[in-house]
Design a protein around this ligand. Structure first.
Ligand code: TNX
Length: 553
């Protein structure tokens, strides 16, 4: 065979190797200007720390939480860069050279605060608690470049950070449409990436009861299913397709654990006395008229709510809450309280008897029926308090005379929140504009997936300030934080959920973490694309146009 025939393939091979070689040993550089922006990023002199597959992740021997933190960090680094880091329990500080060390330092002043220190010799993520370390890990993760490489250079730095608010929430409505365990877990993953720590899980409503309650099996057998779903915004057309589903108690426990591993507390919502058609369809005796009732296939507010004139209704509620408390260990149970028309109560002899027996009388603008809702809520509140729990309710509760141990969720606007704080309630701010992520992201929505209505652009979310300017200084601590709500009347699948929340969650995260004087929208927009690289890496759907048109009114 002549050599000239071999020469060409050989040359080709050499060229290919030349191209492939630098790929195989590719180096990239970390950038600590992430979303949300840490409080302080202080550059330190010295050479970069070289993160390679030879680095270990050290964590304190015997600490389960820190071990899990180490595993998560290892997984994140591998997802982003392809570099595999082994984890190692260790006691000795001398092992730190060349490695990443996760440590606790009780002298830090914020429970969720952390410090990330990079020197040429190593990386240390320190938190007051394991949760703080987890947030430091998120920051380290988001600082890394996305893309396969063998070495990441980390410029020496001291990052110090702590969240502005203790309550950093997202809400998910799994009643109007039902989303399986994997979707909820991914939602929690997305929350973790954004440094959020409360999932408000809307589990029951007129369109479906989604949590298994052993004592009342019909809640899910009957209340979990509807005959069909209306098309669009309550048109005359119904698809006629049976729709439903629910979470078994085992699935709930699994999700609660998954959340806890990410330092997220789940707050279940059992909405009462309104938004209860799921339960009424299953147990018609719970209503004033006795039914028959059907799980709703349309949207809005129905007049059929729980009859609170009957003791059996209170027994039902307590039984359900007993099981709910078993499933959800967090302090808070959300008991709803929104949109409860009182027309049935006005007509119901038992509710009227309750009003007179309890000596309830209309006061000023508050009708006797409004105060009956207050009476009912107080019963539930006391029952939960006996079990060491507290309630959150929608801002309608401010019109029902509940005491200040009830935390108020301000949704009809920001004013009820300010009013509640002045009265001495703790408050979570979720005003429908701009905190309803089921609303459109532009006013120009002809080309958007159908949404509830309204508009909250990325910039509007960013600019939201949860603490009213005129709220007196001594009442400001009542504003626990902010949350975005994702109602799912028009959201039918996971990519659509993600489209509605991303990238608006990035703007929300920044207002949850940053002091208002440190916020800067233009700067945020320069940092956002790198976060979006992580969305892409995990295959999450997001609204790309918001990156170039963040305020398209
Ligand atoms: C109002 S927010 C509701 C929900 C709807 C939502 C749609 C609240 C307490 N009640 O039942 O799903 O608007 O945006």
């Amino acid at each position: 065979m002549q050599t000239k025939h071999l020469l060409f393939p050989l040359l080709l091979l050499l060229c290919a190797l030349a191209v492939a070689m630098p790929m195989a040993s590719q180096t990239s550089r970390a950038d600590y200007r992430i979303v949300p922006l840490p409080d302080r990023i202080d550059g330190v002199k010295g050479s970069d720390f070289r993160l390679t597959g030879n680095c270990l992740i050290n964590y304190s021997t015997g600490n389960r939480e820190m071990e899990r933190n180490a595993q998560m960090l290892s997984q994140y680094v591998e997802d982003l860069t392809g570099i595999h880091l082994s984890i190692r329990p260790t006691l000795a500080s001398k092992d730190q050279a060349g490695n990443i060390t996760l440590a606790l330092d009780p002298s830090l002043n914020n429970d969720e605060g952390y410090r990330l220190t990079v020197t040429p010799r190593g990386v240390e993520v320190t938190g007051k608690t394991a949760a703080g370390v987890f947030y430091g890990i998120q920051t380290l993760r988001k600082s890394l470049p996305v893309g396969t490489c063998t070495t990441v250079n980390l410029p020496p730095v001291q990052v110090t950070d702590s969240p502005r608010f203790v309550y950093r929430g997202m809400h998910l409505d799994c009643s109007r449409h039902f989303f399986g365990v994997e979707t909820v877990k991914r939602y929690l993953d997305i929350m973790a990436l954004h440094g959020m720590n409360r999932l408000h899980w809307h589990l029951t409503d007129d369109q479906g009861w989604r949590v298994e309650i052993k004592k009342y099996p019909r809640l899910t057998e009957v209340g979990g299913w509807r005959d069909g779903t209306v098309l669009g915004h309550n048109s005359a057309v119904n698809d006629g397709i049976r729709y439903g589903g629910y979470y078994t108690q085992e699935e709930i426990k699994d999700i609660v654990r998954y959340a806890a591993d990410r330092y997220i507390t789940i707050i279940p919502e059992i909405d009462m006395p309104g938004h209860m058609l799921g339960a009424l369809a299953a147990y018609p005796y719970l209503g004033c008229t006795g039914g028959p009732y059907k799980v709703w296939g349309q949207w809005g507010v129905t007049d059929d709510i729980l009859c609170v004139g009957k003791d059996i209704t209170l027994d039902f509620v307590k039984d359900v809450l007993d099981e709910v408390m078993q499933l959800f260990p967090g302090e808070y149970i959300h008991i709803g309280g929104d949109e409860s028309p009182r027309v049935r109560w006005q007509q119901c002899p038992l509710c009227q008897e309750r009003i007179s027996n309890e000596g309830i009388r209309a006061q000023g603008k508050q009708s006797a029926e409004a105060l009956l809702q207050g009476w009912f809520t107080t019963q539930v509140q006391h029952y939960l308090a006996e079990h060491g729990r507290r309630i959150i309710g929608w801002d309608e509760l401010l019109g029902c005379d509940v005491d200040t141990t009830a935390t108020i969720m301000s949704w009809t606007g920001a004013e009820p929140g300010a009013k509640g704080a002045k009265l001495g309630h703790d408050v979570i701010m979720t005003p429908n504009t701009p905190m309803y992520f089921d609303h459109y992201q532009t006013k120009n929505y002809w080309n958007e997936p159908t949404a509830f209505g309204g508009c909250a652009t990325l910039k509007m979310v960013y600019d939201f300030e949860p603490v009213a300017a005129d709220l007196p200084a001594e009442m400001r601590h009542h504003i626990l934080g902010a949350q975005a709500n994702v109602w799912t009347e028009y959201i039918t699948c996971e990519p659509q959920i993600q489209y509605q929340i991303l990238p608006r969650m990035a703007a929300l995260a920044e207002l949850q973490w940053l002091q208002p004087e440190d916020k800067d929208f233009q700067d945020f927009m320069t940092r956002l694309p790198r976060l979006v690289e992580i969305y892409k890496l995990y295959g999450w759907t997001y609204r790309a146009r918001s990156l170039t048109h963040p305020d398209e009114q």
